[in-house]
Structure formats: structure tokens, C-alpha cells
Design a protein. Structure first.
Length: 460
């Protein structure tokens, strides 16, 4: 790994902030935290406001959502092919459109495949393996509607966290914690918290924007995206409820947190993440953490940086333009990729013994750790790479409460699954390749499994 130059930004006293400057930092930042991070009750579960609003919009749109998704994917494919064939000036002159539409041929094919699969599912023609409710149907009717509305809301509202100083403030406060423990900048603390407590897909979007702006190196962006972008609290509740262990949710989430933190400490220090280059995105200058001089408190330095950031970001036009770009990036660049890769992965899991064969080496390991029904549990250890919900589907019939508890915990802490998180990572501009995801999935499984099993033995 290349050594980092001294990229810390010098802290210099800023002009005395006005009341307007202070309010420009505090009000949008508090609103962003309330929307993206603070959990709220919903019926018998917990969610975050962004996810709640996305669900409300889904309910309002109803049966129209699949056709809206097809329309978005069609626009993605038409614009991608049109931009590559015609190379219009309005695309070439804008970095954002150029990077979104002038992609490699393989991504053009994947976007087109995602559109084709979506049309096959909605209109029910072609191979049943594609439009089955357990493959393409699962993605089209359960996952993509959530992503469609979540990307819309999160894309427009994400500047509340990004543009008004909250990252600068929290980053300065925690820079002495994040770097030694997780080898990432202090400003990533809010990113990590948003991903962990809020929603992993929103976390990936936040990480991508920070990386493109030069705040993360390739290594740091890969670490944050593949270490902290877990599924939302809502989805963990869905899994534990599906396993009929809802009464054990506190123990379940405690186990996930402990195992996840162990993995977050270890993963950045071993390949493939440790071998990622400490260089910026496409010529961007690396913007490191602020270097606070002796005698200046972290709170004062963080507040000064935050207010300065907010002062430069008050333009409503900039807010709308940034939000619109976020939405386009995720709708055009990610939705068809998730549909294409996720469908292929689920077909492989449902109609071939591929993942069952891959899971067999875990059987003696689980037996050694005294996990009941080790043979049945072994096949769930790998199938989660296709979709994080598959282990719960396959393992729900296991009689042992302890084994179902272990499967539920491991399926979340593995983190990388192609039907959503893996597809999002591959479709984004983050420096993560397919082979990286394979190794990261395996390593996270081997790291978190013993911790989860130990916690299960203590709990049961």
C-alpha cells in the first residue's frame, strides 16, 4: 500500500460567524440527522423518517410503481446508448453526465439486461426462472419499489448532511477515534453512523459523494462502504421476525453490533481493503481531516469548520441541483444494475445447487463450534451472497432456536449481497470490484461467525 502524504488541512481561524451563519449550520444539520439517523416507531417495529416517507409514497403510488421503474430503466438505457453513439455536447461538457452515461460496454449491457428482466417480470413472458416470485419478482415487487422512493427522497435531502457542516463538525470531534480504530478519516463517523443505524443504501450514496468530492481515498471509500453499510434496522427486524425470534431482538441487535465492530476493526487491516490505493478519485485533491493546533479545542475547531462550510452552501439553487444529480445517479446508474445482477444471483440460488455446494465446507466448522443442525445451517452461510434474505428463507424451517438466531445474525453481518448492496457497490463509482466483494464476503463470514456463535452460546 502506498504511504499517504501529509494531507491534513491546516486549521485557521475563520471570520466571526454571524447569526445567519450559525443557523445555516445548525438547522439543516439537525433536520438531516432527524431524517436519516434518528429511529422512530412504526407499528410494532422501528424505522427512520426517510424510510417511513418512502414507504408512504410507495403505498400512494400502489400498482403504478412497477411501470414507473420500467420507465426509469428505459430512460437509463436510451440515454446510455444514445450518449455513447451520438456523444452530444451537453453530455461531454458536464462531468456528472459524462461519468453517468459514458460507461464501459459491460455496464451498458447490464443496464439493458436489467430493463429486459423488469419487462419480463411485469408482463410475465419469457423464462419463468426470470419472472418467478422468488427471483425477478422478488426484486421487482419487494426491493426496487423501496429503492425507487428511497433514492428519490434521500437523493434530494442528502445535502442536508453533506453540505451544511455536520460532517465537518463530527469529523473533527471523532478524528482521533476513527483513524486509529478503523483507519478512516474522522468525517466518516457520520457516514458510518448513517449507514449503520439508518440504511445501508443511503450509506453507499453518502460514501460515493464523499469519495467523488475528494474526502476519501480509494482505500478509505472502500473500507467505509464495505464495512459499515449494513441493512437498515427495519430489515433486521424483518429477518428476526421471519425466524420467529422477535422476542429476542435486543440480544439479536447487540450480537450484530459486536460482531460488526470486530469486523470493522479487522477488515481494513487485511487484503483486499488494505491494498487499495491511497489516491483520490479521478484527479481530485485529497482533503484530509483538519489539523487542530495545540490550545484549540476540538469543539471550537469543528464548529468553525462547520460554519464555514454552511456559509458557502446556502444557495437554494445549489441544493436542488445537487439533490437532482444524486437522484439521477442512483435511478439511472443503479436501479437497472440491481435488477440485472440480483436476478441472475437469485436464479443461481433457486435453481442450481451452486450455493449449497459452496456451503459444505462450513458444515464441519459449525459442528466443531457445537451449532445444532450444522448440516442444514451450512448451506445458509454462502447463499446470502446472492440475497441477504435467502438465509432466512432457507433456515426458517430449522427447529433449533439457537441455530436460527445464528443464521439471522450472520446473514446481516456478512453485509455484501448482490441483490442490493453488492449491486449498489458495483453500479457506483466506488473502487470495489466483483472479486473484492467475493473475498470481503468470505472474510466477513469467517470473522463474524465465531463471534456470533459465542454470543449465541452465552445467550442460549
Amino acid at each position: 500500500m502506498s504511504s499517504l502524504p501529509n494531507i491534513n488541512q491546516e486549521f485557521s481561524p475563520k471570520p466571526k460567524p454571524t447569526r445567519k451563519d450559525i443557523l445555516s449550520f445548525i438547522l439543516p444539520s439537525i433536520l438531516g440527522i432527524l431524517l436519516f439517523i434518528v429511529p422512530i416507531p412504526q407499528d410494532d417495529s422501528i424505522t427512520i423518517p426517510i424510510a417511513f416517507m418512502a414507504g408512504f409514497i410507495n403505498g400512494a403510488l400502489g400498482d403504478a410503481i412497477p411501470f414507473i421503474i420500467i420507465a426509469v430503466m428505459a430512460v437509463s438505457v436510451i440515454l446510455t446508448i444514445g450518449a455513447q453513439l451520438l456523444k452530444p455536447a451537453f453530455v461531454l461538457e458536464r462531468d456528472s453526465l459524462r461519468s453517468l452515461l459514458l460507461v464501459k460496454p459491460v455496464w451498458t449491457v447490464i443496464r439493458a439486461a436489467g430493463l429486459l428482466f423488469a419487462v419480463m417480470v411485469v408482463f410475465g413472458f419469457g423464462a419463468e426462472a426470470v419472472y418467478s416470485e422468488d427471483t425477478g419478482g422478488l426484486l421487482m415487487y419487494d426491493l426496487l419499489p423501496i429503492l425507487l422512493t428511497t433514492f428519490l427522497l434521500a437523493g434530494f435531502l442528502l445535502p442536508l448532511l453533506l453540505n451544511f457542516g455536520m460532517l465537518e463538525f463530527i469529523g473533527v470531534l471523532l478524528m482521533k477515534v476513527m483513524q486509529p480504530l478503523f483507519r478512516v478519516p474522522g468525517r466518516s463517523s457520520l457516514d458510518c453512523l448513517t449507514s449503520w443505524v439508518g440504511d445501508g443504501t443511503i450509506g453507499v450514496l453518502l460514501t460515493t459523494k464523499q469519495y467523488e468530492s475528494g474526502y476519501y481515498t480509494k482505500r478509505e471509500a472502500a473500507v467505509v462502504a464495505t464495512t459499515f453499510s449494513v441493512v437498515s434496522i427495519t430489515f433486521t427486524i424483518v429477518i428476526i421476525d421471519y425466524m420467529e425470534l422477535m422476542h429476542m431482538f435486543p440480544q439479536y441487535y447487540l450480537t450484530i453490533t459486536i460482531a460488526g465492530l470486530f469486523a470493522a476493526v479487522i477488515m481494513p487491516r487485511i487484503p483486499p481493503l488494505s491494498r487499495k490505493a491511497d489516491t483520490a478519485y479521478e484527479g481530485q485533491e485529497i482533503k484530509g481531516d483538519v489539523e487542530v493546533p495545540a490550545g484549540t479545542s476540538l469543539v471550537k475547531a469543528g464548529f468553525s469548520e462547520a460554519v464555514a462550510k454552511a456559509r458557502s452552501s446556502r444557495s437554494p439553487k445549489l441544493f436542488v441541483r445537487t439533490g437532482l444529480q444524486n437522484v439521477l445517479d442512483m435511478w439511472i446508474g443503479v436501479l437497472p444494475v440491481v435488477m440485472a445482477i440480483g436476478t441472475v444471483a437469485l436464479i443461481t440460488a433457486e435453481f442450481t445447487p451452486f450455493f449449497s455446494i459452496l456451503g459444505r465446507p462450513f458444515e464441519p466448522l459449525l459442528a466443531l463450534m457445537q451449532v445444532p443442525e450444522a448440516e442444514a445451517a451450512a448451506q445458509t452461510m454462502v447463499v446470502g451472497f446472492a440475497d441477504m434474505f435467502l438465509p432466512a428463507i432457507i433456515g426458517s424451517g430449522i427447529e433449533s432456536d439457537m441455530t436460527r438466531f445464528i443464521i439471522a445474525c450472520v446473514s446481516v453481518t456478512q453485509l455484501v449481497y448482490l441483490s442490493e448492496m453488492g449491486g449498489l457497490l458495483l453500479g457506483s463509482k466506488l473502487p470495489v470490484k466483483f472479486r473484492d466483494l467475493v473475498f470481503i464476503f468470505i472474510l466477513r463470514t469467517l470473522i463474524t461467525l465465531p463471534i456470533v456463535v459465542l454470543m449465541a452460546h452465552l445467550i442460549f
